[in-house]
Design a protein around this ligand. Structure first.
Ligand code: R1P
Ligand code: URA
Length: 287
């Protein structure tokens, strides 16, 4: 990669030297990061830390860094949608891989491990609310990755979804890091996750405005691609996996299933499932 001087208007630092949106300096970040969508979920994770050394809030990005079981870790909130994940991952990568003084790439690369702890809706009757699901693959129904280099790897699912829904664009497809995925074996079911650019019509919901794509839920639930089926809807996973692949960081998205869409049910006990998700993730990663 060309080692150019990154201009001030392209990688923006605040007056205290912290990075623009996240408001972090390199020393505030651990190499293992849990991410959550909801800022109020950050203390639900960090309450399990033995010690918290650093806390900051900027916009929807709330960060706590501390220690558990002798290991340093960070938890941070991202807000919703893939556009926020683009900001998150670009700035996290810059914190570890750009010398913020010289504005040049560091010669030695640091790899982050980033695990999303999010909520999600199931597309399948046999994946009830209350399930814990690890996304093996993420498929993005948004256009974020049209602005970045092409992804390597298999795009079979993306092509099948484009055909089924008659989309004018090709969704993007990327996979979880296999080492991180192996750590949750037995504790999480595995699934194929659809990352949507919205919560309502882009997930086939009808409130007042009628979704343009008819029977989206049923068509995606029934789709079988070489024996593989789609399992859940959320709004960030594919961007983590795609940008993780391009930037060289390890990513895993873990989901608390809070709705069963075929049953038309939302789980009133969703908070308990989120707490189980947090506990299970801490255990699986040795914290
Ligand atoms: O609970 P979080 O992590 O925010 O994840 C899910 O919940 C939000 C929608 O309610 C979207 O961000 C979706 O991905
Ligand atoms: O159905 C759901 C539930 C949580 N998050 C989503 O994006 N969709």
């Amino acid at each position: 990669m060309e080692n150019r001087h990154i201009p001030e208007s392209e990688l923006i630092l605040n007056s205290d030297g912290s990075i623009y949106h996240l408001h972090l300096k390199p020393e505030h970040l651990a190499s293992f990061v849990f991410t959550v969508g909801d800022p109020d979920r950050v203390p639900l994770v960090s309450q399990h830390f033995e010690q918290i050394d650093f806390k900051i809030k900027k916009r929807e990005f709330v960060t706590h860094t501390g220690w558990k079981n002798g290991k340093r870790l960070t938890v941070m909130s991202t807000g919703m949608s893939t556009d926020n994940i683009e900001i998150l991952l670009t700035e996290l990568d810059a914190l570890v891989n750009v010398d913020l003084e010289s504005r040049l790439l560091k010669t030695k690369k640091t790899q982050l491990q980033i695990v999303r702890l999010g909520t999600s809706g199931s597309l399948q009757l046999d994946i009830p609310a209350g399930s814990l699901l690890a996304s093996e693959i993420g498929i993005g129904l948004d256009t974020l990755m049209m602005f970045y280099p092409h992804l390597a790897g298999n795009h079979d699912l993306a092509h099948a979804i484009q055909k089924e829904l008659d989309l004018s664009f090709l969704p993007y497809q990327a996979a979880a890091d296999s080492d991180l995925l192996s750590k949750v074996e037995g504790k999480f079911i595995k699934g194929i996750t659809l990352t949507c650019p919205g919560f309502y019509a882009p997930q086939g919901r009808h409130v007042v405005l009628k979704p343009r794509i008819q029977f989206m839920l049923e068509r995606l639930s029934d789709l079988s691609i070489d024996g593989k089926r789609l399992t859940n809807f959320e709004m960030e996973t594919a961007a983590y996996y795609a940008l993780g692949e391009l930037l060289g960081h390890q990513m895993l998205s873990l989901n608390a299933i809070v709705a069963n869409r075929p049953l038309k049910k939302f789980d009133p006990e969703a908070n308990k499932t989120i707490e189980r998700l947090i506990q299970a993730a801490l255990e699986c990663f040795g914290f």
